[in-house]
Design a protein around this ligand. Structure first.
Ligand code: IMP
Ligand code: MG
Length: 347
């Protein structure tokens, strides 16, 4: 068993779907597993030029790879069948590749009604929180109790055992984790490497942990996140920052490198992808929460220096398109033509 994990290091919507889809294209994986969250997630994927959004179904289905909804997820059967139909109407063979861990908990109509009344957190109102609540209250319903799911059910340990090469597709982001996020403005399942391990794999099988960030940050929910500056409205527009699940506007801010470093360290991230560099290029502004840069190269150089050093990152990729992860930037070398400029502090 060899396992690679893809996780978000911000507040979700980092582009994990794209990274997962790109990695699956290598052809080496036997399984793709979703290990947390449920239909609160929205992963935007460009497959053969078509834009598709998934919620519960792992991206392995795009390549005919066995795709498992893991026991760390919660699952809404009504939404699942809608998603199967949606993907199959776009020519994706879901039914022959989809598996569901028999111990995955179910989102019921009651859960959706309860979550639908949320005014405090700004949840996606998809019933995830109440379903996890009942799981830990030991009053939940599991996939093995639902007849319509029987054709998909597996014992996830048995399914993943043996000569498997697994890609684990995370949802949400580390700073939405119930323990590590800004509680109570968090999601209801764990979002890091530890969450992936709970889904029938051995921790010793982990090869790469891919951490995904955007060149800036976004957040959807009730707390106030976006500073009152025009630049963030430009970023929001250029980056089309609307929730893939809820359609709500995503609040924007610059990257907080301190938080990203902690997320890298706590999750054992060794590969980092920085998405949506093209958006900052379009608005013509380069900054983090404490510094701004006069041009793109200085911004990249700063991230490269700050996020490699002592953190165990072997490769950083800067991506400026919705399809692939772009070129990796050497960890230690500074290009010879690069002239060091003093960084300006943001006021
Ligand atoms: P819930 O996960 O639906 O309970 O929502 C809790 C918080 O997590 C809200 O702020 C949601 O907007 C946020 N959230 C949940 N899933 C995602 C996601 O996939 N991307 C971004 N935010 C999310
Ligand atoms: Mg999303």
């Amino acid at each position: 068993m060899i396992t690679d994990i893809v996780i978000g290091l911000q507040h979700g919507d980092e582009g994990k779907g794209k990274v997962t889809h790109h990695l699956l294209g290598s052809g080496e994986y036997t399984h793709c597993v979703r290990f947390n969250g449920g239909c609160n997630a929205g992963h935007t994927i460009y497959h053969n030029g078509t834009k598709l959004v998934t919620h519960s179904i792992p991206a392995g289905v795009f390549y005919g790879i066995t795709s498992v909804i893991g026991n760390g997820c919660v699952l809404d059967p009504v939404k699942l069948f809608e998603e199967i139909e949606y993907l199959e109407s776009h020519g994706i063979n879901v039914r022959d590749n989809l598996k569901i861990a028999n111990n995955t908990h179910i989102i019921t109509t009651l859960h959706k009604d309860q979550d639908g009344k949320d005014e405090k957190i700004g949840t996606t109102r998809t019933g995830n929180g109440p379903a996890y609540r009942d799981k830990y209250n030991r009053t939940g319903v599991r996939a093995c109790d639902i007849p319509s799911l029987s054709e998909f059910l597996v014992d996830i340990y048995e399914e993943l055992s043996g000569d498997s090469v697994i890609l684990m597709e995370g949802a949400q982001g580390f700073w939405l984790d119930p323990d590590w996020g800004d509680y109570p403005y968090v999601t209801s399942s764990h979002t890091g490497t530890a969450a992936a391990i709970q889904n029938g794999i051995s921790p010793r099988s982990i090869r790469n942990v891919w951490g995904v960030i955007k060149a800036y940050e976004t957040y959807v929910g009730k707390r106030s996140f976006q500073p009152k500056k025009e630049i963030f409205e430009h970023i929001q527009k250029a980056g089309q920052e609307f929730g893939a699940t809820t359609g709500r506007v995503r609040q924007c801010n610059w990257n907080n490198l301190k938080e990203i470093k902690q997320a890298i360290a706590m999750n054992g991230v060794n590969r980092l992808v920085v998405n949506k560099v093209d958006v900052l290029r379009e608005v013509g502004a380069w900054a983090t929460t404490d510094r701004y840069f006069s041009r793109e190269l200085l911004f990249r150089q700063h991230l490269n220096e700050q996020l490699h050093r002592g953190l165990g990152i072997e490769k950083i990729y800067f991506s400026d398109n919705p399809v692939n992860i772009g070129e990796d930037m050497p960890a230690t070398e500074t290009p010879s033509w690069f002239s060091r400029e003093p960084y300006a502090m943001l006021t």
